[in-house]
Design a protein. Structure first.
Length: 307
């Protein structure tokens, strides 16, 4: 295992409130699903399996009788698998264990529970994961009493768009950025070769008239604990195979740790409870920043490179 020493830089950054903490956590989980890079092999893309099960689908044609992915080619984002609910780290582990890479939704109706053969996620599995909500269907998100319906023009990061009617179809989408209703950044598990992805959309067009905007109120009630961190803390990072990175602290700490890229994209957020180390599950590589937040004062940011 490689151990990386962190280089310390000081930035004056004021931490956000508890509601923003919860939203950032959701966006961080979404980013991990969208940003993961992976390369399948011939086992993950077994042609004979797709030909066999694709041929039994109603209206089967070539699109169902092939895998969306090629062995030896690098892809980005967890692939789509109807009925799937894999987090990015579960997906990567299963890929290495020889699971098939999820493809078109009609397979699910043929072979049942996809978790025994295929790895990936569908749109409702993706939203359940990033919201930290029990595994639910798109219909549950559309009609569930746990969610608040809001005007689509009032969406903000952390909200979702759902449709679940026979006339409109079924889909669930997460709002990532929404400064302008005509230029909204969304993330989703798309039932295409793109899988988990981000894209920019114009919510003022008729293409979105079937969608209902919902908010998960419990996100705004999650609190952020207080911590203490000074620039004298010695921190090291240890690579843990395909899982992620273990961060070692010189002394036990309590509070919330944020991990983000130097351009401000949140990668991961977790709570510490008198811990001297923490496992950060992220597939991101490159320059990142760690920040242990303290709601009472400004805090130093520690820079490092993940390889």
């Amino acid at each position: 295992m490689r151990v990386y020493r962190l280089i310390l830089f000081i930035f004056l950054i004021v931490s956000a409130g508890s509601a923003q903490y919860a939203v950032d956590s959701v966006i961080a989980l979404s980013d991990s699903c969208v940003q993961i890079r992976w390369t399948p092999d011939s086992i993950n893309t077994d042609v004979s399996w797709y030909e066999q099960y694709g041929a039994t689908c109603t209206g089967a044609d070539t699109i169902y009788k092939r895998c969306d992915f090629l062995p030896g080619v690098e892809y980005r984002g967890i692939p789509y698998s109807y009925g799937g609910e894999d987090a990015w780290y579960t997906f990567r582990d299963r890929l290495q264990q020889g699971f098939l890479v999820g493809s078109h939704s009609c397979h699910y109706s043929v072979y049942g529970d996809p978790s025994n053969k295929v790895t990936g996620t569908d749109c409702s599995g993706f939203l359940s994961f990033v919201w930290g909500y029990p595994r639910s269907t798109t219909s549950t998100f559309y009609t569930g009493s746990a969610f608040t319906t809001i005007p689509i023009v009032d969406v903000k990061p952390g909200d979702a768009l759902v449709k679940a009617t026979s006339g409109c179809g079924y889909h669930a989408i997460l709002i990532v950025e929404a400064n302008d209703i005509k230029e909204v950044v969304i993330s989703e598990a798309s039932s295409t070769v793109f899988g988990c992805r981000e894209r920019v959309v114009d919510l003022s067009t008729s293409a979105w008239q079937c969608y209902k905007a919902i908010r998960y109120p419990k996100l705004e009630s999650r609190s952020r604990p207080v911590t203490n961190l000074t620039k004298s803390n010695d921190i090291s990072i240890q690579k843990i195979n395909s899982i992620g990175y273990k961060v070692h602290f010189q002394r036990p700490l309590s509070g919330s740790i944020e991990v983000f890229t130097i351009d401000g994209r949140m990668l991961y957020i977790s709570d510490l409870n008198n811990c001297d180390n923490i496992l950060i599950k992220t597939g991101y590589t490159g320059v990142i920043a760690f920040r242990l937040t303290n709601e009472l004062s400004k805090n130093p940011v520690i820079m490092a490179t993940l390889r």
